[in-house]
Design a protein around this ligand. Structure first.
Ligand code: NAP
Length: 347
């Protein structure tokens, strides 16, 4: 343990943050988690091993300046994970960009005011690296998404602006703390709480027949428990610095569907039609206009392209080894059945 003071985790109710809280408690840390509702609304956090003795939940909102002052006041380390993770929203500026960017600045201002904070670990995203993978490229921490906007992949835009705002804050205000960003790809795996996360939902959608066929699309996956560990290793590793792409490996939709079929989930409405050729890609681009606006945009900017990321830096500098993606996918599916997000497999 590198601190006896509480570690602050913003957005503690979230899919990733809940695992960070669990792992911090397991390692003996005290945790101050920020949430939007009263603490009794989060029994899945309050019942974690060690929570009764070492977890405090405090209320804070990204859109209220100063609400994080209390949460970070006694802390050496702050994990800023809170940010809206939704693909389709009514108003991208107020629903995504404002809470992501203003919220990040608000949290950093509170850290500056506290005078105690030594390091902030920001949960950024692959979304801040690219929104339209170039199949000829292997992405690294040097890459930045320069293409998203309020009209084009606005979630990606919110994450890019928020991470930029964080690095600009460090450059301009030169605080006593340093900043590290963890940039995960698609985070999947078991959930500690009852909500269905956007990334697990994508797997569920494939299983309930949302897509007419198998598309030429691939995703870089990473297990939620590894993302939590990466945050804690970034806190504990004094020499850690900069950005860390956080992903196990990519999987094509064809391989994902084959994995689900061969793992006892063949009776779900898995897509059968192979639309992964050139004609299928063209058809899917046309059909994408029938999807909700931003899902359609995501399909059009990712289909027919291969996403490849270099995870050497996080392995080398934080010493992380990843849970195999196939295991995470199967566990995610079983967990969605457990929470009732998917019906149990038919015999
Ligand atoms: P999540 O389960 O939806 O968690 C989002 C968290 O942010 C929740 O705790 C939510 O609180 C909080 N939040 C949203 N708006 C807020 C506001 N105005 N004020 C205070 N809190 C607010 O999503 P997640 O997957 O764990 O995402 C956590 C972080 O990881 C986000 O920054 C996301 O961009 C990033 N990320 C996620 C993935 C992924 O695949 N899941 C990949 C890369 C990066 P409520 O519970 O009250 O709504």
């Amino acid at each position: 343990m590198i601190t006896n003071k509480p570690v602050c985790v913003t957005g503690a109710s979230g899919f990733i943050a809940a695992h960070i809280v669990k792992e911090l408690l397991a390692r003996g840390y005290c945790v101050k988690g920020t949430v939007r509702k009263n603490p009794e609304n989060y029994p899945f956090l309050l019942q974690l091993p060690g929570a009764a003795e070492r977890l405090e939940l405090v209320k804070a909102d990204l859109l209220c300046v100063g609400t994080y002052d209390h949460a970070v006041s006694e802390c050496d380390y702050v994990m800023h994970t809170a940010s809206p993770y939704e693909i389709n929203v009514k108003n991208p500026q107020t629903d995504l960009v404002d809470p992501a960017v203003n919220g990040t600045e608000t949290v950093l201002e509170s850290c500056l005011k506290s005078g105690n904070v030594k390091r902030v670990i920001l949960t950024s995203s692959i979304a801040a690296i690219t929104d339209e993978p170039d199949s000829m490229k292997v992405y690294t921490e040097k890459d930045w998404n320069t293409m998203s906007s309020l009209d084009r992949n606005p979630y990606h835009y919110s994450k890019t602006l928020a991470e930029r705002a964080a690095w600009d804050f460090i450059m301009q205000k030169r605080p006593a703390f340093d900043l590290i960003s963890i940039n995960p790809l698609m985070v999947i795996g078991p959930s500690l709480g009852p909500s269905l996360n956007t990334s697990n939902r994508m797997i569920r959608d494939i299983m309930i027949g949302t897509y007419p066929g198998i598309m030429d699309i691939n995703w870089g996956f990473v297990d939620v428990r590894d993302v939590a560990k990466a945050h804690i290793l970034a806190m504990e590793t004094a020499a850690a610095s900069g950005r860390y792409l956080c992903s196990e490996e990519s999987m094509h939709m064809k391989a994902l569907v084959a994995l689900l079929k061969s793992s006892g989930f063949e009776k779900y409405a898995l897509p059968k039609l192979d639309l992964s050729g050139k004609a299928g890609t063209l058809l899917m681009k046309l059909l994408s206009f029938t999807q909700p606006r931003d899902t359609g945009m995501y399909i059009r900017t990712n289909i027919g392209r291969t996403m490849r990321c270099d995870n050497a830096k996080i392995k080398r500098e934080l010493g992380i080894s990843f849970i195999p993606v196939k295991e995470s996918i199967i566990e995610a599916v079983k967990d969605m059945v457990k929470w009732g997000h998917l019906s149990p497999p038919k015999k």
